[in-house]
Design a protein around this ligand. Structure first.
Ligand code: FMN
Length: 157
């Protein structure tokens, strides 16, 4: 009992690797495509203890993955080879002391049902990250924007 509590607190203290990338869709992503990615991600990411978020708007893709460093890098390499997107560019990759997406197993959100000001913010963020010249972390505010967009997708319009 005592040792399992100790293990749990060690796991909480373990560093988490947070990776972000931007890319361009090679095809239109309909709700079926997102459902396919979400469904695959749910089981695989859970097995790997990876959490994250994915937002797509007008061909712009931004995804954040969090978990053990090697697991995240391996998954990113696999996703990079997926022909459904191109110009995949890693923009963030660093060890952090906590997750920003601890309860997000991998939510894929399409920004088309999101208010226009949030979509404009997303496009600006995507364009800024695409031009980034070196790896840097994503900020908590940037992650919040993605969460709000992902949540809007379930609002009926
Ligand atoms: C933009 C994008 C994001 C993806 N994110 C994930 C993900 O987080 N986890 C995952 O398992 N697959 C993700 N996939 C799907 C993988 O690329 C791949 O299809 C999946 O892991 C199944 O691999 P397999 O086709 O080799 O079986 C993503 C695909 C795309 C296009």
């Amino acid at each position: 009992m005592k040792s399992s509590l100790l293990e749990a607190s060690r796991a909480d203290l373990a560093l988490v690797y947070r990776l972000a990338y931007v890319s361009q869709a090679t095809k239109h992503f309909g709700s079926d495509d997102l459902a396919d990615i979400e469904q695959k991600s749910l089981s695989l990411n859970a097995d790997l203890d990876i959490t994250g978020i994915l937002v797509i708007d007008e061909g712009r893709i931004l995804q954040i993955l969090e978990g053990g460093k090697q697991s995240v890098i391996n998954l990113f390499e696999r996703i990079s080879k997926d022909p459904r997107h191109e110009s995949v560019k890693q923009v963030a990759g660093s060890e952090q002391d906590h997750r920003l997406l601890s309860s997000w197993s991998m939510v894929a959100g399409q920004a088309s049902s999101t208010p226009e000001d949030l979509r404009a913010d997303f496009r600006l963020l995507h364009d800024r990250l695409t031009k980034r010249e070196r790896l840097d972390d994503v900020s908590a505010e940037e992650v919040e924007l993605l969460k709000v967009i992902a949540l809007f997708r379930s609002v009926p319009i």
